[in-house]
Design a protein around this ligand. Sequence first.
Ligand code: DX5
Ligand code: ZN
Length: 206
Amino acid sequence: MKISVSFIKSKYNEKETIKLIDKTDADYLHVDIMDGKFVEAKNYSFKQIEKLVKYTTKKLDVHLMCENPSKFIKDYALLNTEYLTFHLEAVKNPSDIINEIHSYGIKCGISIKPSTSVQSLMPYINDIEQVLVMSVEPGEGGQEFMTDVATKIDQLKEINTNFIVSVDGGINDETINYVRNADMVVSGSYICQSDNYQKQINNLRT
Ligand code: DX5
Ligand code: ZN
């Protein structure tokens, strides 16, 4: 199982956090972007992210919690981005966004909120490389894992085309047991609020 680390809730500032994540064997740096519209909180500008990601060689797994994802695609395509993920609930024409992301040679993810069904993803499922299942309401780190989203992982794994299934929110060494058949987990506060990032990552892997 791959591990993608979110740095928004940490003991240290962003720069120190990203440097510490870089030293671990985590697979990706998960970059949460909030626009103050799709979610209440507004966090980083692209300029800030551009500076921060200089402190890691990890590939980026970018999660756009934004009303207008199209606005961000060109910028994030310039970085070391492997996955660029937008929310199904945020857009009117998901296929246009998928095409736009693919036009930069980047893998495309679609994220669904806890209340959004797997069924609603079906028209796009063959065209994307990641489904990001939210196990908390998008908008902040450090929330409690919602156990009932685990059935979505099983539903998605049964479909078995060429996308990976990733889970985001409230993942720790206990809640990970609900989502063992996911291909990737995003974990933030469990790792970044500890003194030993690698130890926490090892706990998730075992
Ligand atoms: C929630 C974000 C998540 C979250 C992960 O809006 O998309 O990536 O910050 O952090 P934890 O593991 O603390 O829930
Ligand atoms: Zn996220």
